[in-house]
Design a binder for this molecule. Sequence first.
Ligand SMILES: [Fe+2]
Length: 410
Amino acid sequence: MRAPYWVLGYEVNGKLFGKRSNDVFEIDGVRFYTIFEDADTKVLSHLKDAAKFGELEIMDPNEIIPFIAAQLNSSISLLTLLKRIQHSICSILSAEAASILVHAGDHLEFLVTEGGASGKIESIPVPMESIAGTIFLEDRTMIFNDLMKDKRHFKGVDKAAKFVTRNILGSPIWTGERKFGVIEVLNKEGGFTEEDAKLLEKFARLIGRKLYSTITGDRMKKLIKEIVLAITSTIDKRDKYTHEHSRNVARISVMLGRKLRLSERELEDLEVSAMLHDVGKIGIPDSILLKPGKLTPEEFEYIKNHTVFGAEILSKLKHATDNMISGALEHHEKLDGSGYPYGKKNGEISLFGRIVAVADIYDALTAKRVYKKEWTKEKVLNVLKEEAEKGKLDRKVVEKLEELVKEGAL
Ligand SMILES: [Fe+2]
């Protein structure tokens, strides 16, 4: 019986077949070593009987690599892709860490995932005289097993990341036509071998195209986000909000969405929807929006149109989803039907509308404004909880907000 590609080895009665990894699953006396942390334990329990007799055949790492590369094609965000690349190559090569650097003019820079060294190393330019630079310029896979003696080792990164690099195996990354970066695997007990070098090279060749397109897509997304925020921040300022209001509502909405277990794609849509929730204020004349003092009932009625104007603007965008449009249209609706523009009730208001509503109120009340002092988080939370109690705001969303405040995330 042949094991799936993601099983690197197993141990039964003290005997090891294949190799170990950091992701261990013990099933009925059999220890399975896998490539990913989220291995399918159901599959493993089907394999355990064959494993007990030592009859489970492990694939050769050379054969495994194309499977992993193919699997990576399904991931969407750059962050997820990087994490999977780093995790799987470390498992296969029994290395402690992996990093990816991209060429940027006269230096290389790190692409970083969350945690560990993130926030500390991405801003450090890695010189072309470094080991990564040498691998890039010489355009070949190289092993450096004795870093103590190698002057090219750039210590700036180790220092910033509080990491000690003992050995490095690195390979250039190509899209097919264009060389754009380097993948490095660090710290293998006993040093890297020629066999490891061949495996990494094969891996680098197979992931290049996907990685490059994801990096480019990610840059484009960031650029679009910045443009949108530049526009919304001018709208926020015009409305006496802090210029950060739309950005904050987007950030809080995404945190709430994550707590509510939305998918990565839904979170991206939610972020756009929340960033643009008040974009319709563009259609409200200065005479109303900037009016000092109290608004007449007619003027207030007119301001309510910003939800409809916003939805109209979004609905003209070819790639805007229904969810995105609902977030802008429904962020002032209340579950008891007392909101606007349509007085929709619970069950009729989209999840995006309910999330953005809570994030909007939270940011508006905690923010300092020209005409009012900021309220404390606790006070705002109490207001939101009361509103949920009265059946106006979504109770579940407010609960998640309370969790975020308690965790110190807000
Ligand atoms: Fe609004």
